[in-house]
Write a protein that binds this ligand. Structure first.
Ligand code: NAD
Length: 477
């Protein structure tokens, strides 16, 4: 879908996120012909460099992080010609007049706040005071959106002073993944799944976001946050909402977000014995969490697993098991919808198989449906479970499907003015409203996380969470 002419200002344009994700992503969109020739990207950050210096920095970043496409040097030079830079101080007055002169009023204006959230209010106020932003401008804000309900409310309030909700794009890059959008297509574009999508047919749902990396490098930041704030409140809860929401009346931003909000509001408060916190220990292949965090007495969790219930007609009695952690066995993110076993099997002596719809988000995106078939060959009536592969690239032919990074997809949605895949302020607040009591409970009890070895699937207690229910986690692989 083509986009209109735009000016995109990236505050924090010299930062890690801008160099690793935002600009390489925009370059890929440029190469696909999605950046109109008059459009401009304007970096704005504290570094005292000029536009040429910035272009050099971005060229290096794209060559390093841009993947194969970045080797197109003609394309890269032409892309860089559409980039400008203004040194700016979010907290002071320097640079704002220059920025006001540069940003055009007759094109789509987007302002990406790729800076610490403590600067959001300053940026919003100055954009307004210097009459750079208008009632149709869009702003994009990054995570973390608060660290609890109170701070998220403050951020929402400070942005609301100058921007309407319809102008604010809160990014959760998990929602930008191809497969997450395909999940909605599969659910709502087929007659097959929706009739089964309820407590009559679904036994349980598992959501896993496993990482192999530790917190090294950003340990002191992470230590104030932990897996619950860093991963569950945003990414895992967003995935939970998409899988559990009622069908919206149409695929519009507010219709979808209204339904997601209802899921969060229907989440039951979690029981302490339905949640397991973990922290990785040191091992042959690396230091412990506490060493990484440089906090020998840290009680922050690098892993969390939990059993949740959604108290509504559709999901009553269906557990949703969520887990996420660092330094686990493999880097993998997936949602698995595990259907109930057959009521009665006509195949005597055969192990019972369950249908599972597995939605893979990482490292390879795709969806497969585990179905039971007869093992081919003359060996008699033996049943096997095989994945019915719904990986789109293969079905549609490799050349037709580009691998787009979540960031570039979301940025293009900002330019198109489509908020469907962005979190609304009330959703974020509701999510904190659910996680806050859990975190407060840990703090009040001075809860000590269980240890787990690096490269494992997490603490044993997390395995027990499902074993107790006669179920098991899917293997992290
Ligand atoms: P960074 O520290 O690498 O860069 C910060 C940027 O902000 C720099 O360009 C700096 O010049 C600019 N800046 C700082 N103070 C400023 C001021 N007073 N006025 C103007 N500019 C100022 O940070 P980052 O890793 O790029 O992260 C940016 C934001 O994105 C943060 O909120 C972070 O939490 C979020 N985020 C980052 C990542 C990531 O992978 N890096 C992922 C998700 C979210």
């Amino acid at each position: 879908i083509p986009v209109e002419d735009f000016d995109l200002v990236i505050f924090g344009g010299t930062g890690d996120l801008a160099r690793r994700k935002i600009l390489p992503g925009l370059f890929r969109r440029y190469l696909s012909g999605q950046m109109p020739v008059e459009s401009r990207i304007i970096g704005a950050a504290r570094s005292d460099i000029d536009s040429d210096g910035y272009r050099t920095m971005i060229k290096e970043a794209i060559l390093e992080f841009g993947g194969e496409e970045s080797q197109d040097s003609n394309g890269l030079d032409a892309f860089l010609a559409q980039i400008e830079y203004v040194p700016i101080d979010a907290k002071g007055e320097g640079g704002w007049v220059e920025l006001a002169e540069l940003v055009r009023n007759d094109v789509v204006q987007a302002f990406y706040f790729s800076v610490a959230p403590s600067l959001f209010g300053d940026l919003a106020e100055r954009l307004h005071r210097h009459k750079i932003a208008s009632a149709t401008s869009r702003i994009v804000v990054e995570k973390p959106f608060g660290r609890d309900l109170e701070s998220a409310r403050k951020l929402n309030d400070v942005l609301a002073l100058h921007f309407d909700e319809g102008q604010i794009y809160r990014i959760d890059h998990y929602l930008g993944k191809e497969t997450v959008q395909n999940l909605m297509a599969v659910r709502f574009g087929n007659v097959l799944f929706e009739p089964l999508w309820n407590n009559h047919y679904v036994d349980h749902i598992q959501i896993t976001v496993a990482e192999t990396v530790g917190v090294g490098g950003r340990g002191s930041y992470y230590d104030k946050s932990g897996a619950m704030r860093d991963m569950v409140q945003n990414h895992l809860m967003q995935l939970l909402c998409l899988i559990a929401m009622e069908p919206p009346s149409q695929f519009g931003a507010d219709e979808v977000r209204d339904e997601k909000l209802k899921v969060i509001r229907a989440l039951e408060p979690i029981m302490p014995h339905h949640i397991v916190r973990g922290q990785y220990e040191n091992s042959a292949n690396g230091p412990s969490y506490r060493e990484d965090a440089e906090n020998p007495r840290s009680h922050t969790e690098s892993f969390v697993a939990m059993k949740c219930h959604i108290s509504n007609w559709r999901w009553s009695g269906v557990p949703f098991y969520l887990r996420t952690g660092k330094r686990l066995k493999a880097r993998t993110s997936e949602i698995a919808v595990v259907f109930k076993p057959l009521g009665h099997s006509i195949f005597e002596g055969q192990e019972e198989q369950q249908n599972i719809l597995a939605i893979h988000l990482q490292p390879n995106e795709g969806i497969d449906l585990q179905v039971t078939i007869k093992e081919p060959g003359p060996g008699g009536m033996r049943l096997v479970n095989v994945p019915l592969d719904m990986t789109f690239a293969e079905a549609l032919g490799d050349s037709d499907v580009e691998v787009t990074d979540a960031y570039e997809r979301l940025i293009m949605d900002v330019i198109r003015g489509n908020q469907t895949l962005f979190m609304r302020g009330d959703e974020v607040e509701a999510a904190w409203g659910w996680t806050d009591p859990i975190i407060e409970g840990w703090e009040a009890r001075n809860d000590v996380p269980k240890t787990y070895s690096a490269g494992s699937s997490g603490p044993d207690d997390a395995l027990m969470l499902l074993h107790r229910d006669g179920r098991k986690w899917r293997e992290i692989k």
